[in-house]
Design a protein around this ligand. Structure first.
Ligand code: ADP
Length: 470
């Protein structure tokens, strides 16, 4: 056991404490017992000796030795009285019962004038009192009371006290040992856990479930590690996001840039040999790549300014039907070149909505572009906008019969940079849907997706009519 541990200090201090208390009690209790027993004997003896003095006084007055002796025999029959003797005023012993010469010499050594006190061997208590008759003193009677029983009772009481004190000491020691063990074991557990955490193992937790201060300390330590863990996970996610951002930018920008570079090379090198139609085709390709780059740029800019978008979110009265119609018009050219047909259905009596027209336009346009992008040539898109009176909600659905989304990946689509595994051939950043979701939520709406791979996908946006918080 280490000497400077809290455990050892606890035990040492408390053991010393109990030892001091035990020693104090050991020296005080027996002495107090003896003192009180002696007071009791003295009081009892006083009463007896007075009684004896009264009973022998007439016999002494008449100098009737026989009568004195008879009285003394009666007195000595009491088991507590060892001996009794009577002296006259001159100190001459007139009558004795049970007295030995040792008793007498012991008695004479007592300094007290009344010759009251304990014999040398400590086994007898002497007490004397004058014998008076009608106001005059005729002698002194002395009793020798045995105190042996009292002494042996005190000795056995001392023994009992000693045993009790030793028991208290032992129980106290054991209790302190376990109590301090409990405290220090808990603290040591926490120290070990903290050391492991300091080494980087954030899965460590302290398992102490008591409701006391130790338990509170353990809880505080655990929640500190929880927070640290969350902060680190967040930091790691951010780092991953940044890496994906950079990777996506470099990858997605490279394809249209390479296309532009090839078309300009062809135009530069073979300009004279190309027909007007071929030249126009190359110019169109360049234009299309530039549009792709612009869209990409817009997505990235939107993504990086999402926070500020929330601040500039301006609410006006929006005609959602008009927003959808404009988004369709904007997408018609791409739909045409992808050979995809767009069908639209508007419900009756669509009220105006409180919202931001720019953001809503972005939502609809993005969902339509995705539907076109992930459709096969000859595919069809069905767009429907309705107002459901019963729930007071606008419902916009955009359905295609394109490549679909693998079942297990559908709930990850709204995460930044996430792209389904069946889209490797199709360019994209994985940013569009995360932005769309943000914008829909700014309008207190929700977006959901249902898809069957190789059969098609439907996105449904539901926005409540109720005013949104700007
Ligand atoms: P991007 O289209 O640039 O990859 P989005 O965030 O718009 O990014 O879409 C995320 C992913 O969701 C896409 O990569 C694609 O896997 C899937 N997805 C979105 N819309 C459709 C759709 N209409 N059909 C099939 N897959 C889709």
């Amino acid at each position: 056991m280490k000497v400077n541990t809290l455990h050892t200090k606890f035990i040492a201090i408390f053991t010393l404490f109990i030892a001091c208390i035990s020693a104090g009690l050991y020296s005080y209790l027996p002495a107090k017992l003896e003192h009180e027993a002696m007071i009791a004997i003295a009081t009892q003896s006083e009463v007896i000796v007075e009684m004896v003095a009264n009973s022998v006084s007439p016999a002494l007055f008449f100098s009737d030795k026989k009568a004195i002796e008879d009285e003394l025999i009666l007195v000595q029959k009491s088991p507590a009285i060892e001996f009794v003797f009577v002296r006259d005023n001159d100190g001459k012993i007139l009558s004795t019962i049970g007295v030995t010469s040792e008793h007498i010499s012991d008695y004479l050594t007592l300094s007290d004038t009344n010759r009251t006190g304990v014999s040398k061997d400590g086994l007898l208590y002497f007490i004397s009192t004058p014998i008076q008759y009608e106001g005059a003193k005729y002698g002194v009677v002395t009793l020798g009371m045995t105190i042996q029983t009292v002494k042996s009772e005190i000795a056995s009481a001392k023994q009992t006290i000693t045993i009790i004190l030793i028991a208290i000491f032992c129980i106290g020691f054991v209790l302190i040992y376990f109590l301090s063990s409990f405290i220090t074991i808990s603290l040591r557990k926490m120290v070990k856990t903290a050391e492991k955490i300091a080494e980087g193992d954030l899965s460590q937790r302290v398992h102490i479930h008591t409701k006391d201060e130790i338990g509170m300390l353990a809880n505080a330590l655990n929640s500190m590690v929880d927070n640290l863990h969350k902060a680190l996970v967040k930091e790691r996610d951010l780092r991953q996001l940044k890496t994906r951002f950079v990777n996506t930018i470099s990858h997605e920008f490279r394809t249209p840039l390479t296309g532009i570079s090839i078309s300009t090379d062809i135009l530069e090198t073979y300009y004279d040999r190309l027909s007007n139609e071929q030249k126009l085709d190359e110019f169109h390709k360049i234009k299309q790549r530039v549009t792709e780059l612009t869209d990409l740029m817009n997505d990235f800019l939107l993504h990086s300014s999402l926070e500020s978008m929330r601040d500039i979110f301006t609410v006006t009265s929006v005609d959602l039907e008009d927003v959808v119609q404009r988004a369709i018009t904007d997408s018609e050219r791409i739909a045409h070149s992808a050979n995809v047909m767009i069908n639209v259905h508007f419900g009756e009596k669509i009220p105006t909505l409180d919202g931001d027209p720019k953001l809503l336009h972005h939502v609809v346009k993005n969902l339509i572009s995705n539907a076109i992008k992930y459709s096969r040539s000859g595919g069809e898109i069905f767009i429907s906008l309705e107002f459901i009176e019963k729930t007071g909600e606008f419902q916009l659905s955009i359905q295609d019969n394109g490549i679909g989304i693998p079942n297990l990946e559908q709930d990850k689509l709204f995460t930044q940079f996430y792209r389904a595994t069946n889209t490797s051939e199709i360019p994209g950043t994985g940013l569009g849907l995360s932005i769309v979701k943000e914008f829909v939520e700014l309008h207190n709406g929700v977006i959901s997706v249902k898809s069957v791979q190789n059969e098609g996908t439907i996105f449904v946006v539901t926005i409540p009519l109720k005013k949104v918080n700007s």
